[in-house]
Design a protein around this ligand. Structure first.
Ligand SMILES: O=C(O)c1ccccc1N[C@@H]1O[C@H](COP(=O)(O)O)[C@@H](O)[C@H]1O
Length: 207
């Protein structure tokens, strides 16, 4: 059973504090100007227990380094078409990476092999023209064909009714899940109660 819980796309201090108190492992901040969850200004509270993840889409290195420093980011999530060379270059600056792969067909998994050794985690998300935050799921059965060494987070449209299917999903590299748009009251604002209930169900339903 996966253990890591990442809640992504948070923007407000009190909301961040409340979600962190649920014991989640990672909290994500989206630094992609076209996202409705883009973090425009530094919240008055940033997580101190949960790891801080910065989400970028084809952002230049200088900006990523600037945000990594300013927000003391623990991980950089690359949600665009960033190359292995680009990942290597970020890694050489001491950044820990989560590379996203948008999945709609089996062949989308092939690209992962070029990133082995460069990332702490992969994240598998649903293919969408907006890069992420679609609220749609992809066919998780495709991931049974993933045989790489890098652990992965499962993402894309995970919702309050997903607990049973997450519990049933088994893979040796399955490290955790990413909750985003399906747990919101408004873009960038998470429904803490809904997340709490979901996490309880996830625990109850696990072996
Ligand atoms: O949420 C967004 O607006 C977003 C925009 C651009 C790149 C990534 C984004 N979010 C990431 O999308 C996935 C899936 O989200 P959802 O559950 O389908 O809403 C998640 O990993 C977020 O980190």
């Amino acid at each position: 059973m996966a253990t890591l819980i990442k809640v992504c796309g948070m923007t407000e201090a009190e909301n961040i504090r409340n979600v962190e108190q649920l014991g989640v492992d990672m909290i994500g901040f989206i630094f992609y100007p076209k996202s409705p969850r883009c973090l425009c200004e530094m919240p008055e509270y940033l997580p101190t227990h949960a790891k801080r993840v910065g989400v970028f889409v084809n952002e230049n290195k200088e900006n990523i380094l600037m945000y990594a420093d300013r927000f003391s980011l623990d991980y950089i999530q690359l949600h665009g078409t960033e190359s292995p060379e680009y990942c290597r270059s970020l890694q050489s600056h001491g950044l820990r990476l989560i590379k996203v792969f948008s999945i709609s067909h089996l062949k989308d998994l092939l690209a992962t092999s070029s990133y082995n050794g460069l990332c702490d985690y992969y994240l598998f998300d649903t293919k969408t023209p907006c890069y992420g935050g679609s609220g749609n799921q992809f066919d998780w059965n495709l991931l049974y064909r993933y045989s790489g060494p890098t652990p992965f987070l499962l993402s894309g449209g995970i919702n309050p009714y997903s607990a049973k299917s997450i519990k049933e999903f088994r893979h040796s590299r399955f490290a955790g899940i990413d909750l985003n748009s399906r747990f919101e009251t408004a873009p960038g604002i998470k429904d803490t109660e809904r997340i709490e209930t979901f996490l309880r169900e996830l625990k109850e339903s696990s072996i």
